[in-house]
Design a protein around this ligand. Sequence first.
Ligand SMILES: Nc1ncnc2c1ncn2[C@@H]1O[C@H](COP(=O)(O)OP(=O)(O)OP(=O)(O)O)[C@@H](O)[C@H]1O
Ligand SMILES: [Mg+2]
Length: 240
Amino acid sequence: MNNSSYIGSMQILSPERLDWAAYPFVIPAVNDLEKIEFHPNVTFFVGENGSGKSTILEALALGLGFSEEGGTRNVSLSTASTSSGLHQSLRIIKGYHKPQDYYFLRAESFYNVATYMHELNYLQGYGGTIHHRSHGEAFMSVITHKLKGNGLYLLDEPEAALSPAMQMTALSMLHQLCRSRSQFVIATHSPILLAYPNAKIYQFSDTGIREICYEDTDHYRMTKDFLINYQKRIHQIIEE
Ligand SMILES: Nc1ncnc2c1ncn2[C@@H]1O[C@H](COP(=O)(O)OP(=O)(O)OP(=O)(O)O)[C@@H](O)[C@H]1O
Ligand SMILES: [Mg+2]
């Protein structure tokens, strides 16, 4: 493990006691969890819808003591539990240094965290009232005001709210935060975010997890092919 990493890897505890035919252990990526060694800067999870990215990211977050809904470590929300329980079977190998800052962003629960913060009158750190901003503006305000550096940050599809230009701004902020000793684990479908060079990309599929380089990801290849040949591809998709 790199000296500057806050988390090094994750493992399944007592695999012989688990039901590998039941959710979440039946997901091929969960079978291959041992292969994930975190990059000291950014680790990306990519893969088709339903390949297990959010399941593993949430288990990692819960295993580290984050609330299921996201936000900082001391935000704890009592909404209905949808957790897979995987975190109870995880051993997370931590580094020598402890992060000074934490954040777990689940795209779909971001609004709930904002509501809770609002009720607690805890919005100073977000630079104002998040509910008066657009989804993308609110997301960017979390990145700019809330992530302070020296932190461990888990983000699930952070691109969901962002225009391509804003995704590039987010890349620049990501880089600044990495330079101030931050570590990220990011589940994404964004071919823009995935281009960040100080990173490891793990592709999740029905055969498990494998490390892959940027230009070999489906996200890069298919987006590039589509944009270059969009007239032909549209014709094939809607006419054939
Ligand atoms: N509570 C549950 N019980 C059974 N199966 C579940 C449950 N929650 C999720 N799943 C299944 O687990 C699999 C992994 O889901 P997950 O949300 O981790 O995928 P993902 O890679 O994040 O997909 P996406 O890119 O669409 O966000 C999916 O097949 C999903 O249907
Ligand atoms: Mg997901």
